[in-house]
Design a protein around this ligand. Sequence first.
Ligand code: MN
Ligand code: MN
Length: 491
Amino acid sequence: MLKRDDWLDLARKLDWDFSYVEEREVFPEEISGSPWLTAETWKDWDEPYRTSYTEYVKNQSIKEASVHAVRDAVGKVEDFQKHDPSWINGLKLHAATLALAEFAAVVGNLRAARFGRDSAWRTTALLGALDELRHAQIPLLIMHELVRWDPQFDWTHKFFHTNNWIAIAGRHLVDELLITSDPMEFAVGTNFVFETGFTNLQFIGLSTMAHAAGDRMFEKMVKSIQTDEARHAQIGHPVLQKIIAHDPKRAQYLVDKWFWRNWLFFAVITGFSMDYLTPLKHRTQSFKEFMQEWVLDQFKRSLEEMGLALPWYWQQFLDAIDTYHHMVYASAYTYRATTWFNFALPGPEERTWLQEKYAKTWPLFDPIWEQITNRWRKSGPGVEWYTHGATPVTFCNLCQLVLCGGSPERNSAEVITRGARKYVFCSKPCRWIFESEPERYEHHKDVVMRILSGEAPGNLFELLRYFDLTPSIWGKDVAGGRYPWMQLSKG
Ligand code: MN
Ligand code: MN
């Protein structure tokens, strides 16, 4: 019998010449991606993670068995009930967005498994699709057990299918990045920027935090997912290298666009969890420190190695690390009834920690939390209140998230007029992405458009129903304002 290394290259490289169709018909540019290059140009495509199907199945079944073993040991309701309520709510946020993004990633990988331009690429993408299916199933399986304890966990599955504003923002991102993108844009936006730049490392950071918080189930889940991501993310580099060689401007554009779009989504999910929803005693580092240690240096190095420049908005991005997730969290806390998970109110100790970690910008945010705390003192423990009136807020016409760019002193929103319509953006990069491909984005129906066209109700309380939320499900303060420190500091 042949040894693995004697046959693997032959099996990986199974491209052939077409005799009765044109190559362009087999791989049309619209669906295979730009720049369109001949098979000859792709021939040397290579990724370091060479895996055969047999090896894949063997490895994956071991990983699956070990997730199940941890689930048997610590995956029951009682095991989760031991955790801090803030942590549990970070889990609800992650579980819902993970299931959505991972499922959409199945589709993106499958398109690459057919329309990727080299057979080794197509094979790796096929294994990637199987990976992503597993990643969608793991949170669905683990959280399903918890629905009978806390119905907000039902949103792990439900989230994707709702008209909740975070789901609209999430789908706006994943529809473009994962479901409809061609394999070349997918390789840059997903494999290179999102997986290599953000999530691969995010999973390391998250599993460290989960470990500190004593949540072995979540730790296992993200670690298990991360080992798959590390493998299929390898598709990104060799595809990006080809784009750089033949159309460097497009390569830079795709990197700049997807870094910004991924950053915003990432900041909301991971920023909330690291700086607000992880109990203070379990925090290993701030979101900003995490970004500096795990994302920035690594990403800058990859760009340098590739011969690409830093995105043009780099300074704005660095500024946003100090402010953006704080802006969104404060805003979402006030509008907490529009979400499916609960929010922690940072108390004196948390605020001191945030002041240490964000010395420059926290003084701008602290007064907001002082006001919110006073509002709780007025309503009294256990009495939920909402500061907002009946009018919904405005969302960015690109990222679909609330207009939280800039700082509490100066919002960075930008408005443009196009035809008969005005468009508003949370930031210059969002505006730039929109204006680079307006025909791609201009007809999207955001929440405000739906209200104006009568598709969604204009009154916020009715809008909550449109968001699929009912009083028993919608987001509240995790402690209902019953914080021991609030009593102590009252006088
Ligand atoms: Mn995945
Ligand atoms: Mn992936």
